[in-house]
Design a binder for this molecule. Structure first.
Ligand code: NAP
Length: 692
């Protein structure tokens, strides 16, 4: 923060509101190198029980920032619903987090606040915004602090993340359009009550929900048909909730102790613009909706993820002003669509008997696969492009200040929580160039370990996975220099990787490997999640069957078969549902070559490893496949001999030996979402070797 000549404290972005949306935005801004101050009216974080469900797209966003582990990680929240009709959200589509996940808002806020402040965001609590003026260069904000003193701050941009009753929205003159509420719902968290759980129970007089949660607290929600909100009415009292509950369910809440009581409604209103000059809105400040199924919180967090990298890129000179307009262009239609589906759900859920026929039709529709998948994707935020990814066309790669343009990915150059940020230094970013490769990004925000990737086929696999956006652990046995060269090549190309060294086939090998892998992942992502494992490291035999010694045999098996088994066993604690395992086998499991009998036996074992683990891990949606290369130019001297190469080439129907990239492309496909339906398979990547 600097100080202007008029005494106002100056920063890049002021965020108003330290709820989940404002805090995620603040962390994003810091990650992208922008200075940020968050102003929050409350003197301490809320302890109120509010939204508690995270959907797949939000989970991906949190995973990308290494925040899931800090959250617990969130447990499965069970099946979802659409308008009260059960809907399995795991059908949402290609995401490791398809489903819904439980995380109380209080915990989300605590984790996000620690993350954002650790990155250098300044959160000022007890500050109420009272005035706002924009001039051509800055936004000037007046805020009264907890000491009652009014202070001025200025910034290039201001974002209102201050909820449904947004002060920023009002002060900056944003317009809200849409439908006024027609239904009121009552909600309470109760201790000392013993009533049966129920999900959207429809009675003659209304709809009731009850769910017993942790620490014996039961959350109830009730709507009495025909009950409309009272504009400017007094806050709802528990006695009123109890009366409505009794009328709808016939049950008494006598003796219950209310922990929290709240009334809400089905307003459907949206700011007509999400941006007015230097001021933006995100979360409930931009859209007001019925809080059903957690969509409001998820929509808000996704707004923040979209706006964060854009504002940061602009603030640090990496993007032009047009990029800022894409926030409204992308998020407003998404908001409108979510508000629409919430309204449809409100009709189904809280409509009276006149909605019974429509509900029956919906129930039938939801028995069909395509309808279920369509709605699950819609609710999970997977039915639209991931707009919180950087747009290459708007990032200024010519700018000499170009910094890492991938704020959506965990990066090695993130400021660390343990680094002091008292004077808000800008994070030092490694300079990279942004590649406009159209295939890029299939593995964005994924992490991968490729064993034996210092050279040969493994190196090509590491390069290819990194090109798709994965953070890759490049493993070697002794040749650390080669591993570091692979890492440098990846980084030069704008990707992320780190080297790990561990000799396989010896005592303690897997333990040593994972110590290094986990440390590397943790440093870069804040977590140890490993999405993709490629068991590639291997040694050949080249000894006639008569001459193989037991020691040679054991060594081949130790490196080629035993190590991959225990690597998978160890990795299972790190691989999330939906992860990928690829084992490099060999065409020699299909074609006889007596000089390599012991080696081929180890590769036969690899195919068995694939088959059985594929079945074992199916329930977790983890795919396990083998890839069988034929003769592949791995850079050993024999490939410098034209006659030898010509001879080897004849074995393939394409009359050439493979380049390492021929195999790497197959592995990258298996690692991608496109290969979700392939498991337990042996993929021949031998260029039609000895087809006949
Ligand atoms: P390569 O060029 O010989 O490279 C082997 C890689 O594995 C190197 O990174 C090496 O690390 C690592 N490695 C070797 N022994 C290790 C050990 N004991 N512990 C840890 N790491 C070890 O191999 P490649 O030809 O690319 O082969 C890769 C995989 O494809 C192997 O599984 C192989 O069996 C299979 N394959 C290859 C061909 C082919 O024609 N090339 C054909 C079919 C199947 P260092 O650099 O530190 O030594």
């Amino acid at each position: 923060m600097g100080t202007r000549s008029d005494g106002a404290l100056d920063t890049d972005v002021i965020v108003v509101g330290a709820g989940p949306v404002g805090l995620l935005l603040a962390g994003e801004l810091r990650t992208g190198g922008a200075r940020v101050v968050v102003l929050e009216k409350l003197t301490r974080p809320t302890t109120e029980s509010r939204a508690s469900v995270l959907h797949a797209r939000t989970m991906e966003i949190l995973h990308d920032r290494g925040l899931l582990d800090r959250l617990g990680p969130p447990p499965d929240a069970g099946p979802g619903h659409f308008g009260g009709i059960p809907l399995d959200l795991t059908l949402a589509g290609d995401s490791p987090y398809a489903g819904q996940w439980k995380a109380p808002q209080t915990l989300i806020e605590a984790v996000l606040q620690e993350w954002a402040t650790g990155l250098g965001a300044e959160v000022r609590r007890g500050h109420t915004v009272t005035g706002l003026v924009t001039d051509p260069d800055r936004v000037l904000v007046a805020a009264t602090g907890p000491d009652g003193v009014r202070r001025r701050l200025s910034a290039a941009h201001l974002v209102g993340c201050d909820g449904e009753q947004s002060t920023v929205r009002w002060l900056a003159g944003f317009e809200l359009a849409g439908a006024l509420p027609t239904k009121e719902l009552l909600r309470a968290d109760l201790a000392g009550v013993d009533i049966p759980d129920r999900r959207f129970e429809r009675n003659a007089k209304g709809v009731a929900n009850a769910r017993r949660g942790p620490r014996g607290i039961t959350r109830i929600m009730v709507h009495e048909f025909g009950r409309v909100p009272e504009p400017d009415g007094p806050p709802v009292e528990f006695a009123e909730v109890a009366r409505v509950w009794a009328r709808v369910t016939g049950e008494s809440l006598d003796g219950a102790e209310p922990v929290w009581v709240n009334a809400f409604h089905n307003a459907r209103r949206q700011a007509t613009r999400y941006r007015r000059g230097r001021v933006f809105l995100a979360g409930d400040a931009a859209h007001v909706q019925l809080p059903v199924g957690g969509q409001a919180l998820n929509l808000g967090l996704q707004d923040a993820a979209d706006l964060g990298w854009k504002l940061a890129a602009y603030a640090t000179g990496r993007a032009d002003g047009e990029l800022l307009d894409t926030y409204h262009a992308e998020r407003h239609p998404v908001g409108a669509r979510v508000l629409g589906n919430i309204e449809a759900q409100a009709q189904l859920m809280f409509g009276g008997p006149d909605m019974d026929a429509l509900r029956a039709v919906f129930r039938e529709l939801l028995a069909t696969g395509p309808a279920r998948r369509h709605l699950a994707a819609m609710i999970s935020g997977l039915d639209r492009p991931r707009s919180d990814r950087p747009h290459a066309e708007h990032l200024n790669t010519e700018n000499p200040h170009t910094e890492n343009p991938h704020p959506d990915r965990p990066r090695t150059d993130r400021p660390h929580a343990d680094r002091p940020h008292s004077d808000h230094p800008r994070p030092e970013h490694r300079r990279t160039t942004y590649r406009r490769d159209t295939t890029m990004g299939k593995l964005n925000a994924r992490t991968a370990l490729v064993t034996g990737s210092s050279r040969g086929i493994g190196r090509a696999i590491a390069l290819r996975l990194a090109r798709e956006g994965a953070l890759v652990a490049v493993h070697c046995s002794h040749n650390l220099e080669a591993a570091e060269e692979t890492v440098a090549t990846i980084e030069k190309d704008g990707g992320r990787a780190f080297a790990v060294q561990a000799e396989l086939g010896v005592r303690g090998d897997v333990h040593e490997l994972f110590l290094a892998v986990e440390r590397g992942l943790k440093e870069r992502t804040g977590a140890t999640t490993l999405d993709i494992l490629v068991n590639n490291a291997g040694i050949m035999g080249g000894v006639a069957p008569e001459d193989v010694t037991p020691e040679q045999f054991d060594r081949l098996f130790a490196v080629n078969a035993r190590a991959p088994f225990f690597i998978i066993q160890r990795a299972l604690g790190l691989i999330p549902d939906g992860g990928r395992i690829v084992n490099i086998s060999s065409g020699l499991t299909r074609v006889a070559n007596p000089q390599e009998v012991a080696y081929a036996m180890t590769k036969g074992a690899i195919d068995q490893l694939t088959l059985h683990f594929a079945k074992h891990l199916g329930p977790r949606n983890i795919t396990v496949n083998s890839v069988g290369p034929g003769i592949t130019d791995n850079g050993t001297p024999i490939f410098d001999n034209p006659e030898a190469v010509a001879q080897m080439a004849q074995l393939s129907v394409f009359n050439r030996v493979a380049q390492t990239s021929d195999v790497a492309d197959v592995v990258a496909f298996l690692a991608s979402g496109d290969a979700r339906w392939i498991t337990g398979s042996y993929l021949d990547a031998s260029g039609g070797t000895l087809l006949g």
